[in-house]
Ligand binder design. Structure first.
Ligand SMILES: NC(=O)c1ccc[n+]([C@@H]2O[C@H](COP(=O)([O-])OP(=O)(O)OC[C@H]3O[C@@H](n4cnc5c(N)ncnc54)[C@H](OP(=O)(O)O)[C@@H]3O)[C@@H](O)[C@H]2O)c1
Length: 398
């Protein structure tokens, strides 16, 4: 309060706006030793909507602030991401003030901070592309949302690792409040990816089978559960590790039909395996390299392999025989592109979210295995999110 009072006093004395005032704010902040606001010469907005309105006019000195996980340069996430206090932009007619509740750390978030992802916000940027928040306040022209609603981002790049944000109405989708918080926080990316890949590439019927690698990933767990709900068998490939039996048991309890270690895929015993289980029509590849090649070898003639991730950072090699003798189709999928392609088709997204929420309510789809971490402990969470064999999604809770 002391700092706010001094800023208001200063505003009355000087009566000026702009960068000079921002410098004044920094001075007061530094002298006070409190981080009331971070007023630096930064652009008021940056592409991708992760903007924060860093340096506001003097009439706005009593503006609301938030804590956000910000990166000012690309690099190793635990090193370059820092917690900062910052001002929120003023509310406009179409603005929605959102209190973030929980936001996961996904591989794409890590890649964005590293600077290796396909789309990158201008820097500085707030991290996080996914999460759930609660609407606190809406602008006068907002029609689709009201205070109390739960919302998730419609697109990537919103910057969700923060306590509070002012977003535009069009960048948010409502999600029901009667589903568990962690399921809502992780609904918009991985279950949507799993849902689309199981729906849009092959006409799968009950009794058909799907093979996937990285089966213990967030997407993999959603694939297992959505497929099980549709009566589709899943052949789930995981990397060997200490405790692989517990992991396998967990995936089987979730609805996996089979769990197989990567090495086993290359063994002759797979011939016997496919006497009991139909060869898959669809393969889902999040890894690349040899793992993807093995998935292709086991596909049904005419089947499709969809690549949606490249965790091994190795290219996909397609055996010539798979093309000539089995005429397999090799495709890719990116949920961000799907959402952009359907941005004007409100029903497509809302129907998918409604169906996924229904599965959650029925207990057929759960949040991925995860660890809840306080926002202040973000560094450890970022570090763990990059470790192999974690089998637990790091979810920041605000
Ligand atoms: N295209 C899209 O629209 C879309 C949407 C969502 C996600 N994705 C991508 O899908 C992948 C999974 O995302 P997620 O959020 O579900 O992941 P996650 O829950 O964080 O799990 C990561 C998965 O990657 C595996 N993995 C990590 N490094 C690996 C390596 N070097 N070789 C083989 N496997 C490795 C892990 O297996 P271990 O347990 O064995 O370490 C784990 O199964 C990521 O590449 C992500 O970017 C794409």
């Amino acid at each position: 309060m002391e700092v706010q009072h001094r800023l208001r006093l200063l505003s009355r004395i000087i009566g000026m706006k702009g960068p000079i005032i921002c410098r004044a704010i920094v001075t007061v902040t530094q002298r006070s030793g409190q981080s009331y606001t971070v007023g630096r010469h930064l652009p008021p907005t940056w592409r991708g909507g992760a903007s924060a309105g860093w340096c506001r006019s003097f009439s706005d000195v009593s503006a609301r602030t938030c804590t956000a996980l910000v990166y000012r340069k690309h690099g190793d996430p635990p090193e370059v991401v820092q917690s900062e206090n910052m001002e929120l932009p003023l509310m406009g007619e179409k603005s929605v003030l959102v209190k973030m509740l929980a936001a996961p750390i996904n591989p794409s978030d890590i890649n964005m901070v590293q600077g290796t992802y396909a789309i990158l916000p201008d820097l500085p940027a707030v991290g996080g592309n996914e999460g759930v928040g609660q609407v606190l306040e809406v602008g006068s022209q907002v029609t689709s949302l009201k205070p109390g609603d739960w919302v998730i981002p419609r697109d990537a790049g919103l910057g969700t690792w923060r306590t509070t944000a002012v977003f535009n109405e069009v960048s948010l989708a409502e999600v029901p409040r009667d589903i568990p918080l962690l399921a809502a926080a992780t609904l918009g990316v991985n279950p949507c990816t799993a849902y689309r890949m199981l729906s849009d590439f092959e006409a799968l019927k009950p009794g058909d089978s799907v093979i996937q690698n990285a089966a213990n990933s967030g997407v993999g767990q959603a694939v297992i559960q959505i497929a099980a709900a549709r009566g589709i068998h899943t052949i789930n490939v995981v990397r060997d590790r200490p405790g692989v039996q517990q992991l396998s048991d967990r995936l089987l309890a979730m609805g996996a039909s089979h769990v197989i270690k990567e090495e086993t895929l290359r063994q002759p015993e797979m011939k016997d395996f496919f006497k009991k289980c139909p060869r898959p029509k669809l393969a889902l590849n999040a890894v690349g390299g040899k793992s993807a090649t093995e998935l292709l070898r086991h596909l049904q003639g005419g089947g499709t392999m969809v690549t949606y991730g490249g965790m091994a950072k190795q290219p996909v090699t397609v055996p010539v025989s798979s093309l000539i003798f089995k005429d397999v189709k090799v495709r890719g999928f990116w949920v961000t592109q799907w959402k952009r392609d359907h941005a004007h088709d409100e029903r497509a997204l809302s129907e998918m979210l409604a169906q996924l929420a229904a599965l959650i309510r029925e207990g057929k789809l759960t949040a991925p295995a995860c660890s809840e971490v306080g926002l202040q402990d973000f560094r450890g969470a970022l570090d763990r999110a990059m470790q192999p064999y974690m089998s637990a999604k790091q979810i920041l809770v605000m």
